[in-house]
Structures are given as structure tokens and as C-alpha cells.
Design a protein around this ligand. Structure first.
Ligand code: PEP
Ligand code: MN
Length: 628
């Protein structure tokens, strides 16, 4: 039973009430409510008016479970915990990531940089490690805490780290934003009481053989001392299965959600012990209602001093975040990504002196031509898909990517807009235009009359639609790029041809039969140069961003009004379906300006206020203006 009293009782008043109830066998516990009022908790139900003036009683909650304050009835709306700008619980999905243990400053910083870049909200890392064997790495202790605090400063991520005893809890509290209580300590009641009194958010992990009731009663210890900032963490229990490290009890999530108001996250790293099983279980965790996940990530898991086999590689972590972003939507939640200028600032890095540029297709494709023209000194990396270009840039295999985004005749290349959204670590750092002249190339011995098969990229066909009408009875074959079109014709032999660039036609020994067959000679393709190396410069005069709006009358009008108010020229606006959100739309906007001058900063701040999501995709030099 819980009584919420409208009065702040003195110690004497509490003692009088407690003694009087004890005489009839009722044991009570007092704590201070967040509003300074008193809360009385008892395992037993009793008639309150017999001991407390009814005018003092604002609510009586008859709770039917041993855990009282943790019961959902105490806070039916659910608890949301705030750590700096990060929230845990409510409608958000929170991702905590980092190595199992802090091994060195260099190691933690490398992992922190990666998880921050890909979208983690909180950095994890153990400084005091409760290890099964006394001979295993026990953690760096206070030195590890200092490194964690430095990482918080450097990367702007709150940190969660474990306290293993009442003795080190205070020290941990000095450095950590969230104090973790490990599975092995879930019933270390002195430790629970200690963190109950420290008043910092606590991440309480489920004991290896704890029932849900044991788990909630452990949380109750912390709540009973007035600390309501408790995050529960399901991390697997001991079962009969030997193929996994633990048995991740996902049923616990909807059960706890019903029973308790506390936020619940899932740790699929310890829950499975297997790196390859972390992503599917993390997706399942969010799908079944968890408020977030905690995962172990390492840049070199093979060398990790603890839990390497369950630590994700950076690329896996990136995928996890994008997967969770989609799953969140299905359950009516949102995984917040750092969206505005701050992400630009944190991404600023020196560009490596040697460039490798990824592009689609082989030498001879339009992409390769524009890549070579823009980066005469670079090494080139041909890719088979746009996604591969993004992946190569994201993983650092390529320093830059050259990606077509828009054609003056056929319009936007939508796939690449979606990829820009999917890879938030990638920025647009430049743009290039190429005049697209399409030519008809034929295999030697083939003429218009005996031409049977014509290879081209779909864009090539689309750009030469009128010319194609003049070719009767010719089968058109879509291929991946213009270079491939010429190559396929070469392989096919007599009776075939291609629509391709002059370079590709010549490269494959075909005959250039008709030049400039595109419908409109003013045919240009705009390419964007993408990179994770980005610097916002005052000399930039073009900014690309993407935003989403509330589904309300006038919301687009109000967003666009900002451009008029700030006297900023909007160069382009395009809407695209929001991936994973049926019938919701994203607006891609290009505008004249940069991210450095005050005027544009004001614009961004105001635009952020009037949108529900905003991400800066990049700032760069407007090359069209320079060309024309
Ligand atoms: C940890 O998070 O590194 C850890 C030791 O977890 P658990 O207490 O769940 O084993
Ligand atoms: Mn671990």
C-alpha cells in the first residue's frame, strides 16, 4: 500500500505513525516525494484514517504486488529519465553503446568516435569489471573513470559505467552520468541502498537467475530511498541452452512494461554472447516494447580485453542503428538522431592527403569521367551499386564518393536521397555537373536496319525516348551503367548496340554511329561528392538539408516562410516518402548560403523549431554558378 501525503511530515510525526501502526503488526517506510511531500509505503494494507488525519492523505494506492513504488499503478504514465539532452523511456528509443571495458584512452576514444558518429546516445564502458575469474582483466578503476569523463567531453555523450561495491559507488557517481549495477550485483542490497541515496540515474541489470519479481524488488530498494531514476536492463538469464551465453528473456519486456512504470532496455550483447545475434535480438527488443538497447562495440573485437566475441564491429553498429530507426516507427517510437549543425561540428576532420574516390561502374561511365575530372590525382574505386559507394565511404575504404543525384531531364535519382538519409555519417562536400551526351554505338557490322538488341542504363533510355521511337522492333535491355551497356554489346556481337558515352563506345571497340541522340541537348547530370571528412566553410554558398514536418495545416508554409524572413534563396525543394513511415514525407531543400555566417545559423535554428526533424546534409560550393 502506498499513501501519498499532502504534507511534509516531520521526523517526530513519522515516528508516531510508525509506532502506532507497528503495534498492530503493520510495518511502514517513509520517503520524501519529488515534490517535497511524504510517501508512506507498507507491505500490508490498513485503514489509514485510523492513524493519519484524512486531510493529510491525498491518495491511497492499494498495490497488489510486493514491489510497491516500482508498480505501474504508482505512475501509470510511465517514468521518463533525462540525462542531459538524452531521454530514456516514453516515446524514444535510446541506444547505449561502447566497449565492454575501458582498456585505454586510445581504445575508448576510437570506439566513442564511431558510436557517436553512427548515432549512439550514451557511451558505455566498464572501469570496474566484475569478472567471473579473478585472473581476468579487472578494469582500469579510477583511471578508466577519468578516461570516460574525457570521452564525454570530447564526444558529447553521457556515460554509463558500473559500480561494483558500496565503496566505489561514490567514486563512480563523481564521473558517471548513469551508474550501472551489474547482473552479479543485482541483489547486493548495500550497493542498491547506496545508489538509492546517491540520487543519480541507475541502470539496474537483471540478475542471472532473478525472477521478474526479484528484479523489480531490487529496483524497489533504490526507489525506496527516493531515487526514482532507475532504468531496468534485461541482459539474459541462465537457462539450459549452451549455444548462447545466456537466454535473453524478451518476454520480460512486455511483462515488465505492464507491471512497472520504469523504463526497460535490453542488452543483447550479454544476452546472447554472440556478435552475429546481437542485431536480430536488438530489433526484436525494440519491437516488443523496450525503451532502448545497450550494446558492446569495439573497433578491434579480436583484441578486446573482455567480451570481444559479442562486440559489434563499427559497421554492424551502423546497421543496427538504421534497423532500429525503422523498427522504432513500427511501435510508435522514435530513435533520435543528432540532426543539426552540431553533427556538422562533430564531424569536422582533416581530409586524408591521399584520396580514393568511389564511383558507380567501370572506367568509361559518366561517373568515372566526372570523378577523374574532379580528382585528377586520386585513386579510383569502381562500385557495383550506389549503396556500395556509400558503404565504402562510410567504412573509410574510400575518402570520397561521386554520386549522381539529379538529371535535368529525368529528374532526381531517388535512391541516393534515401542513402543520404540512411548514412548520417556521410556529408555532401561538393557538387559537379556533367553534360550528358548520349550516343548510339553499334557492334561492327551492325546497322540501324539489322539492330536487334540495344543495351543502356534506364536513364540512358529515358533521356533518348524520342530517338528510341525511331528504332522499330529493337529489344531494349537495361543494364547498370553506360560502360556496361557498351561492354554487353561487345559481348553480344552482331545485331547489338548501346546508348552510351563516347568514351565507353570507343573503349569497347564499337562504332560511334550517331552522336548526341538525347531528347534535349541541355542534358546535365548533377553529381554530389560525399565524404565523412567535412568542414563547414564561410566561403560555401550552398547548403543541403532534409526536414520533416508535423502533419498539420500550414506547417510547410511556416517552414518555408523562414527562407523569406531570412532573405535566403531556396534553390530546390523536393519531397520524398519518409522511409519506413507510410504516407509521411521528407523535404529535401538546397539553399544559397553556408553554415558559418550568423544569418544562416539563425535560419537553421528557426527552421529546426518549425520542423519535427532536420538534418544538414552538407555545405559546399555551388558549382553551377561557377560554370555558368
Ligand atoms: C557489462 O555490462 O559489461 C556487464 C558486466 O554486464 P552484466 O552485469 O549484465 O554481466
Ligand atoms: Mn561485457
Amino acid at each position: 500500500m502506498i499513501l501519498l501525503l499532502s504534507k511534509c511530515l516531520s521526523e517526530e510525526e513519522k515516528q508516531v505513525i510508525a509506532r502506532s501502526l507497528l503495534s498492530s503488526g503493520v510495518r511502514v517506510h517513509f520517503l520524501d516525494g519529488e515534490d517535497g511531500k511524504t510517501i508512506l509505503v507498507s507491505e500490508q494494507n490498513f485503514v489509514p484514517e485510523s492513524v493519519i488525519a484524512s486531510s493529510w492523505i491525498s491518495r491511497v494506492l492499494e498495490i497488489g504486488t510486493p514491489f510497491q513504488l516500482a508498480n505501474r499503478a504508482f505512475r501509470p504514465e510511465g517514468t521518463v529519465i533525462r540525462v542531459g539532452e538524452v531521454t530514456i523511456g516514453g516515446d524514444t528509443v535510446t541506444v547505449m553503446a561502447g566497449p565492454c571495458a575501458v582498456e585505454s584512452k586510445d581504445q575508448l576514444f576510437r570506439v566513442a568516435e564511431v558510436v557517436k558518429r553512427f548515432g549512439a546516445h550514451i557511451l558505455r564502458g566498464g572501469a570496474f569489471k566484475p569478472r567471473t575469474s579473478p585472473y581476468s582483466f579487472q578494469g582500469l578503476g579510477e583511471e578508466g573513470l577519468v578516461i570516460l569523463a574525457e570521452a564525454r567531453e570530447r564526444f558529447g555523450l553521457p556515460v554509463v559505467t558500473e559500480a561494483t561495491s558500496p565503496e566505489n559507488a561514490e567514486l563512480v557517481a563523481q564521473y558517471a552520468d548513469i551508474i550501472q549495477i551489474g547482473a552479479r550485483n543485482m541483489q547486493n542490497f548495500d550497493l542498491l541502498k547506496k545508489v538509492g541515496m546517491l540520487g543519480k540515474p541507475v541502470l539496474l541489470k537483471r540478475g542471472m537467475s532473478a525472477t521478474i519479481e526479484d528484479f523489480l524488488l531490487a529496483a524497489e530498494y533504490i526507489l525506496s530511498l527516493g531515487n526514482f531514476q532507475v532504468i531496468l536492463c534485461e541482459r539474459g538469464i541462465r537457462g539450459i541452452e549452451k549455444l548462447t551465453r545466456n537466454t535473453l528473456d524478451l518476454t520480460a519486456i512486455p511483462l515488465i512494461k505492464d507491471l512497472s512504470h520504469l523504463p526497460v532496455i535490453v542488452d543483447p550483447s550479454h544476452g546472447t554472447g554472440l556478435r552475429e545475434k546481437v542485431i536480430p535480438m536488438a530489433r526484436a527488443a525494440i519491437a516488443c516494447g523496450a525503451d532502448g538497447v545497450m550494446v558492446e562495440v569495439h573497433t578491434e573485437p579480436e583484441k578486446a580485453l573482455s567480451d570481444g566475441p559479442q562486440s559489434l564491429y563499427p559497421e554492424q553498429f551502423r546497421r543496427l542503428i538504421t534497423d532500429l530507426e525503422v523498427v522504432s516507427v513500427l511501435v510508435g517510437k522514435e530513435l533520435h538522431r543528432e540532426t543539426t549543425v552540431s553533427r556538422v561540428v562533430s564531424a569536422q576532420k582533416a581530409c586524408p592527403s591521399s584520396c580514393t574516390v568511389a564511383f558507380l561502374g567501370e572506367a568509361g561511365s559518366f561517373s568515372s569521367q566526372v570523378a577523374r575530372r574532379s580528382f585528377p590525382e586520386a585513386a579510383f574505386l569502381p562500385c557495383v551499386s550506389f549503396r556500395e559507394i556509400f558503404e565504402k565511404v562510410s567504412s573509410g575504404v574510400a575518402s570520397h564518393g561521386m554520386v549522381p543525384i539529379e538529371n535535368t531531364i529525368t529528374g532526381s535519382i531517388h535512391n541516393n536521397f534515401d542513402l543520404l538519409l540512411e548514412f548520417p555519417e556521410i556529408f555532401i562536400v561538393g557538387e559537379r555537373f556533367i553534360r550528358v551526351s548520349q550516343h548510339l554505338g553499334l557492334f561492327p557490322g551492325t546497322s540501324r536496319e539489322n539492330l536487334k538488341v540495344l543495351f543502356a542504363h534506364p536513364q540512358g533510355f529515358a533521356q533518348c525516348a524520342r530517338f528510341l521511337e525511331t528504332l522499330k522492333g529493337v529489344r531494349v535491355m537495361n543494364v547498370g551503367n553506360t560502360e556496361e551497356a557498351a561492354r554487353r554489346s561487345r559481348e553480344f556481337g552482331t545485331g547489338s548496340g548501346c546508348i552510351a558515352s563516347e568514351e565507353a563506345i570507343r573503349k569497347h571497340g564499337l562504332l560511334l554511329v550517331e552522336e548526341e541522340i538525347e531528347d534535349n541537348p541541355r542534358n546535365f547530370t548533377r553529381f554530389i561528392i560525399i565524404s565523412t571528412y567535412f568542414e563547414a566553410l564561410g566561403s560555401h554558398d550552398k547548403v543541403s538539408c532534409v526536414f520533416a514536418l508535423e502533419n498539420l495545416p500550414g506547417s510547410l508554409y511556416r517552414a518555408l516562410e523562414v527562407f523569406a524572413e531570412c532573405q535566403v534563396n531556396l534553390l530546390k525543394l523536393e519531397s520524398r516518402p519518409h522511409p519506413g513511415r507510410p504516407w509521411e514525407y521528407l523535404f529535401y531543400a538546397d539553399w544559397e548560403g553556408n553554415l558559418v555566417e550568423e544569418k544562416y545559423k539563425t535560419l537553421l535554428a528557426e527552421l529546426t523549431r518549425r520542423t519535427v526533424f532536420l538534418r544538414v546534409l552538407g555545405s559546399y560550393h555551388n558549382s553551377w554558378k561557377r560554370m555558368t
